[in-house]
Design a protein around this ligand. Structure first.
Ligand code: DX5
Ligand code: ZN
Length: 217
């Protein structure tokens, strides 16, 4: 069965000195969503941006902002990112002792809630909230940096997550983030993924449209 696949280019590999142009270029090249990586230097060993920059991206973007929060205590910042214009807010299960509450808080802020797992976090960690989320993101690298190598075990994780959702009749998206290119993208889509994040593969290419096209089945 061939599913529709959405492509969400990660701005982490864009030229931050020309962020508005990069957003326009990637949208013109066919991006479905814009993936925004928020890092705090605590949950992950890197720092990126906060609500001020999300608001600036929102001013130029016409596609949904897919905001990936790699921060401790994300519940403290949900309202700020909602007000800044996030359309989807994804929190790491590893940062949320009260995951159900945090997901409700996101929904109450008028944003689509999603949850993400690091490569070593068992899928059962999100089993109880599968009905509460619009999307489950599986990390296929250890979060923190662009340009890392795809972790092979992700393909089987996608397959198992697809089975968990199908068994329950749930239609949440399965997104995969890290080391995605035409080859790894095809394999996770075959396993059941519906949204591909790609940073260095898209922004490192001379032709964004060609790179995005190559990610679709
Ligand atoms: C990594 C980020 C990713 C990153 C992916 O922590 O969550 O979104 O930008 O970059 P690539 O596609 O280059 O692996
Ligand atoms: Zn990301």
């Amino acid at each position: 069965m061939s599913r529709r696949v959405l492509v969400s280019p990660s701005l982490l590999s864009a030229d931050f000195g020309r962020l508005a142009e990069e957003v326009r270029a990637v949208e013109a090249a066919g991006a479905d969503w814009i993936h925004v990586d928020v890092m705090d230097g605590r949950f992950v060993p890197n720092l990126t941006l906060g609500p001020v920059v999300v608001r600036a991206i929102k001013r130029v973007a016409t596609r949904p902002l897919d905001v990936h929060l790699m921060i401790v205590e994300p519940e403290r910042y949900i309202d700020a990112f909602a007000e800044a214009g996030a359309d989807i807010l994804t929190v790491h299960v590893e940062t949320c002792p009260h995951l159900n509450r945090t997901l409700q808080q996101i929904r109450q802020a008028g944003v689509k809630p999603a949850v993400v797992l690091n490569p070593a976090t068992p899928l059962v960690a999100v089993e109880e909230v599968l009905g509460e989320v619009e999307m489950v993101l599986l990390m296929s690298v250890n979060p923190g940096f662009g340009g890392q190598r795809f972790i092979e075990g992700t393909v089987d994780r996608v397959r198992r997550l697809r089975a968990m959702l199908d068994e329950r009749g749930l239609s949440a998206e399965i997104e995969v983030d890290g080391g995605i290119n035409a080859e790894t993208g095809r394999r996770v889509v075959e396993a059941g993924a519906t949204v591909l994040v790609a940073g260095s593969y898209v922004f490192g290419s001379a032709d964004y449209a060609e790179a995005i096209r190559s990610l679709r089945p």
